[in-house]
Structures are given as C-alpha cells and as structure tokens.
Design a protein around this ligand. Sequence first.
Ligand SMILES: *Cc1c(COP(=O)(O)O)cnc(C)c1O
Length: 353
Amino acid sequence: MDQSPQLRPDLADLPSYRAGARAADAVSLASNESVGGPLPEVVAAIARAAGDSHRYPDPAANQLLERLSVKLGVDADQVALGTGSVAICQQITTSACSPGDEVIYAWRSFEAYPIVTRLAHAKSVQIPLRSDARHDLPAMHDAITERTRVIFVCTPNNPTGPAIPTREIADFLEQVPRNIVVVVDEAYLEYAGASGSEFRDTLDLVNEYQHAMVLRTFSKAYGLAGLRVGYGVGQPEVVSGLRKAATPFGVNHLAQAAALAALEHEHEVTEQVADTVRERDRVVTQARQLGWDVPDTQANFYWLPLGSSTDKFAQACAGAGVLVRAFSGEGVRVTIGEPQWNDRVLQVLRDFR
Ligand SMILES: *Cc1c(COP(=O)(O)O)cnc(C)c1O
C-alpha cells in the first residue's frame, strides 16, 4: 500500500505558469502591471464592498455585465466574465477541445496558452513569430487541420509588443473556417488605441464573424491585477459554453465592485494610459538611439531580443535594482514603470556589453 495518488502523467512535463519576479529591495518591471495602481475612487469602492464579504457574490455579476454591455455596445449574453482573462483562455480550450484536438498560436507569445491547451488534453501547434517579432498569420492559417479547434491571436503580442492591424485580423477571420474559435487576446488594447487608427475597434468583428472571441482584462490598464477580473466577448452560443466551464462564483464581490467603479472613471484610466504610452515611446526611442534593436510596441512593455545574453542582461538589471522578465536564450521583456525606473534600465542598456 505504498502507492501515492496518481495524477495525470502528462502534467509532469507541463511548465508551471511563471509569474514575474518580485523582491523587497527592487522594483518590478516584470509583470506588465499598471504604474499608477487603482484610482482612489476604486479603492474606496473595494473598501465599501468589503463589508459584504460574508455573502456570496452575484454569480452572474449582472450589474457588471450590464455596464460592460453598454460600454461595448453588445448584448449582455455576448459577454463572459472570468477570474482574469487567463481564466477565459482556459474556459475556451476546455469548452472547445476534445482530447487530441489542436490549438494554434504564435510563439513566443503569452505563456498561458501552452498550459491551457494541455489542461484541455489538446495539442499545441506553435507558429514562430516573424523576425520583426510579429505574428505570421499566413503560416498560422496554413497550420489549420481538421483537428484545429482554437486559434489564439495575441495583439499586442506579449512579450514582444507589436499589435496586428485590425484589417489583418479581419482578413484572417475571413479565411479561417467558422468551426474554429479565433481568440483575439487584447489584454493591452488600451495602450494600442493611442497609437492610431490602424487598430480600430475589434468588437465590430465579433458581430461580423461568429467565430471571433475578443478578450479584455481589468488587470493591465485598469490597474486591478490583484483582484482577477477579465472578460471575453463573442457570440451567445460560445459565451454560454464558456460560462459552463467557469468556476461558480469565480469573479468575487470585491472584483465586481472594483471593476464597476473603474468603469465609472474611464477618463482617469485613459489619462494614465496616455502617460504610459508617452513614456514608452520615450524609452523605446532612447534604447534605439543607444543602438538596440527594439521591435515596435503598442503595449505597456518593450522587448529586447538579447538571445544568449538574456540572462546576463537580466542580472545586470537586478544589480541596478530592477527586475525584468527574462526568457532565457530569447530576450527580455521590460514593463514601462516610473520614469526613474525606466532610466535605470536605459542606464544598463548604455553600459551593457
Ligand atoms: C496579462 C495578460 C492576460 C490577462 O491577464 P489576467 O490578469 O488573467 O486578466 C491575458 N493575455 C495576455 C497576453 C496577458 O499578457
């Protein structure tokens, strides 16, 4: 009787989600968190809601759904809420894939994709980014087979930064068979909007293409990463499938209250985002002037394709009191933070050999 509980054997070699580093004596530019943090009005709403913590939340989060549907110009039954949009990613693979089905996504891209694919007993089909760190949509299209159930398109792409023009996403949706869910993961959309009209509202595409599902989150621009709330927008049939795959009462009472309050103060959120975008453009311009090859970025971070120098650079940043996100052998992702933190990274870039 010396047997231990038997878990799925295929979990053994599944990488665990690696969160960005943090330490008491260094600033973290490793997790793409918002610089400013939540607005005071949002903190006050969380404090007010805390008094009801003995009660279950509204399981359907009706108020938040209602508010979002007005903001987004879609019906409430087109919106699925989740404990962060990473949970929506998992609900999509769980509800769309049967064992052996295939999920296509670019690589490198969001590190949750391989995990949620495997958890759904599906197979990852990773399509390398182009040399300019952009998605290779034609190659992703060519990879479609009769087993393909989901395609993740991350725009702007985490961790490399470029966004895909909406026109190209529309063309892609046009070409992909309608039985495949095309997930347009827009966790950083707010930072891209400011860059120009090339990135128009993808929500139009949801009504045009029934297989499109757009993901958004309160974790980045809205500064609520600690509360876990995000959502997906798609056709009601797909959305109701996602809801079945959700943990009941997942989006908690404080998260619902905070998201509602944040939506009441979009103007301030937009101002914070504009500051971050200006600072990003300053930092990227300077890094390029120092001779570094930085791909275009429409997000609140930038990518340094350092290859074999990746770990060494990340260590140099840590030595300067800044934690960045290293993808060993590939590159470093640096979140835009306070100007003085960004300057520390620029100083490392200046000195780095
Ligand atoms: C941060 C992020 C998300 C969502 O994060 P949540 O905190 O789960 O909402 C989704 N996709 C990408 C690409 C991200 O970087």
